[in-house]
Structures are given as structure tokens and as C-alpha cells.
Design a protein around this ligand. Structure first.
Ligand SMILES: Cc1ncc(COP(=O)(O)O)c(C=O)c1O
Length: 340
């Protein structure tokens, strides 16, 4: 922490800031090389790279947190490693092994330690592992060569306002197909969501809500985050579907809701015309953390949950528990924290 960087930590948003070093490894002739840290943030790849034409790429997102005692926490990084391997299998890409993934994450975080926002500022170091299919290709088939890389960038709140409730609008577009790639963290899903997100923001909503692509009756995702609702009779409910990304934050909240807050929990259908059952609702994810949902616009109907301005008490409790664990202030369930 001897090097200093010139950043106003309190006003950090969610934008790319070039940090000192990133990790890069190449896959060729059926194996990964050892990989290395590099100052170069540019990639020089073949014009025939499958990532450029056929979307053969995937990525992850996790964070490093600076604790009160100065140490650095990673939150469940092995879950990101495993999810990335599942994304790779879905797109026929070379898998990057879990132990090497975690080792590389630690290496990059350590090398950019002075970019981690100080404890108490609410910021964190966002970690972006990604993989692309490269090499000289032109036909639609998986590449023989891949690049795996990890960069980091300091971030603050993803949705403006942090724990302030904001409004979302149900989109007419789908982000994924019923038996498509929705459960994999692959760029195509995000490309498909850009227009819906833009239209939502033009109407002053935080982001678009996607319904299930087969029947358009059930909530699936809230922008790049999962949905949860807490019913008036104390159930924590979150959608279950093969076309949503299995959020690590969401599975952590399911556990915390049950084991720390004493709520009943269920993954299941959340019908867009049955929002009255919920006393509180939120969006959750690594970037979003927990963003309380004030209201949802669905056609001409605007449904308000707890309040348009105040965060509900159970949403706040979940937030305090989750964020407390991530920053090392609250005791973590076994295996949830990896020290750098
Ligand atoms: C589409 C989508 N859903 C949900 C999430 C939340 O997942 P996680 O909690 O693992 O970050 C993300 C982002 O990370 C996402 O991009």
C-alpha cells in the first residue's frame, strides 16, 4: 500500500480505470501456458478470432474488498471459477482450471493492491476474468486457441444511489432464449440486452426487467442482476429458470435469509401479475450488491413495493449481513472468504 493513486474514492462510479498489471495466459496445442502479469492492456489478435465473429467468449465478475485491519477479502471466488468453466463448456471453449483461476485472481489483486478502495469508502476492486476464442478461423466452429485474462478496476456503486430504491421497467425484449445461453456468462446475452437497457434508461428507469422468454409471464432478470422478493408472510423468493444466470450473490442471500434472518426461502416462479404478495423486492449481484426495487413498470401499471424512497427493513438486514461478510465485519459462513 506504499504506492498512492489519485482517485476520489467517495465518488467512484462503475467505469473502467486502467490499473497497473493484468494476467494473461494463452491456450495452444491443447494446453494453457503458465501465464504472466503484463502492463499492456491491449490485445493483439487474429482478425479470424471466433470471439469477434461468433461470440465465442465468456467472462466473470467478482470483487476484492479492503477490510478494517488492512487485509483483503475475496468473496467465494471458487464459485466464479466453476461458473466460468460451465460457460466454457456451453460454448465449447477450453476450460481454465479452478485452482489456477484463483491463484491468478490473487496475483492480479496483489499486484494492484493500491487500487483497492480504502475500507469505509464503500468501494471495492472489481475483478474481470474473461476468455476469448482466437486464432485464424473463418467457419462456424470452436477455436483451437484461447486467451484467458484478468484485469481489475476500482469501482463504487453500480446503480446510482447504492441502497436507495430505484425503479425498473419490464422490457418487451428477451435477453436469452428458453434453452439458449442465458445461464452462461457469455457476451451474446449482454449484446442482446443493450437496446432494452438503453430504452429503459431513456425513460429514467434504472434498467430493464426481463420476463421468461417462453411465456413472458414470469420475472427472470433485473438488468445484469437477479431478482428477489420478500413476501408479506416472510418468504424470500427468487426465480428459478434455465435461462437466468445463477447469481452467486443470490445463492448467498438465499442462505443468509434462511440461516441468519430466519426467513423461509424458495426458488420458484415469480409471476409479473402477482407482485402484490411481496412486501419488499430487490436486485442482487456482484456489481449491484443489493439494489432495492422501489417500483416496477409493466405496461401501464406501476407497482410499488415497500416505498419509493425508503429501503425495507429485511432488505437492509440482508444488505448489512452480506456487505458485512464481504468487508470482514460480520462472521462469514465457512469457506465464503478467501484472503489474498
Ligand atoms: C445477467 C446477470 N444476472 C445476474 C448477475 C449476478 O450474478 P453474481 O451475483 O454472480 O454477480 C449478473 C452479474 O454478475 C449478471 O450479469
Amino acid at each position: 500500500m506504499d504506492k498512492k493513486v489519485d482517485i476520489d474514492w467517495k465518488t467512484l462510479g462503475f467505469d473502467y480505470i486502467k490499473t497497473d498489471l493484468r494476467f494473461i495466459s494463452h491456450y495452444k496445442d491443447g494446453k494453457w501456458d503458465e501465464g504472466q502479469l503484463t502492463e499492456d492492456n491491449m490485445l493483439h489478435i487474429s482478425e479470424g478470432s471466433t470471439a469477434l465473429h461468433y461470440g465465442q467468449q465468456c467472462f466473470e465478475g467478482l470483487k476484492a474488498y479492503r477490510c478494517k485491519d488492512g487485509s483483503i477479502n475475496l468473496f467465494r471466488p471458487e464459485e466464479n471459477a466453476r461458473r466460468m468453466m460451465r460457460s466454457c463448456r456451453r460454448l465449447l471453449m477450453a476450460e481454465y482450471p479452478e485452482d489456477k483461476f484463483i491463484e491468478a485472481v490473487k496475483k492480479v489483486v496483489k499486484a494492484n493492491e493500491h487500487w483497492i478502495p480504502p475500507y469505509g469508502t464503500g468501494g471495492s476492486l472489481y475483478i474481470r476474468p474473461f476468455m476469448i476464442g482466437v486464432g485464424d478461423n473463418v467457419g462456424v466452429k470452436p477455436a483451437d486457441e484461447y486467451i484467458f485474462s484478468i484485469f481489475v478496476t476500482p469501482v463504487g456503486a453500480y446503480f446510482k444511489g447504492g441502497l436507495t430504491p430505484t425503479n425498473f421497467v419490464v422490457s418487451d425484449y428477451d435477453r436469452a432464449a428458453p434453452v439458449g445461453t442465458g445461464a452462461a456468462k457469455v457476451g451474446g446475452n449482454y449484446a442482446a440486452s443493450l437496446l432494452a437497457g438503453k430504452k429503459a434508461k431513456e425513460r429514467s428507469f434504472s434498467d430493464a426487467i426481463y420476463l421468461d422468454p417462453a411465456t413472458h409471464t414470469k420475472i427472470e432478470e433485473v438488468g445484469a442482476a437477479n431478482f428477489f422478493g420478500i413476501t408479506k408472510d416472510g418468504w424470500f423468493i427468487t426465480p428459478l429458470s434455465p435461462s437466468i444466470l445463477p447469481s452467486i450473490t443470490k445463492y448467498s442471500l438465499l442462505w443468509l435469509a434462511e440461516n441468519r434472518l430466519g426467513l423461509q426461502v424458495r426458488e420458484g416462479d415469480v409471476y409479473i401479475d402477482q407482485l402484490d404478495q411481496f412486501a419488499e423486492a430487490g436486485a442482487c449481484g456482484t456489481a449491484a450488491v443489493i439494489s432495492p426495487i422501489a417500483g416496477i413498470q409493466y405496461g401501464d401499471d406501476f407497482h410499488v413495493f415497500y416505498s419509493e424512497t425508503e429501503v425495507g427493513p429485511l432488505t437492509r438486514k440482508l444488505y448489512d449481513e452480506l456487505v458485512g461478510i464481504q468487508y470482514g465485519d460480520v462472521e462469514a459462513p465457512t469457506g465464503w472468504i478467501t484472503k489474498v
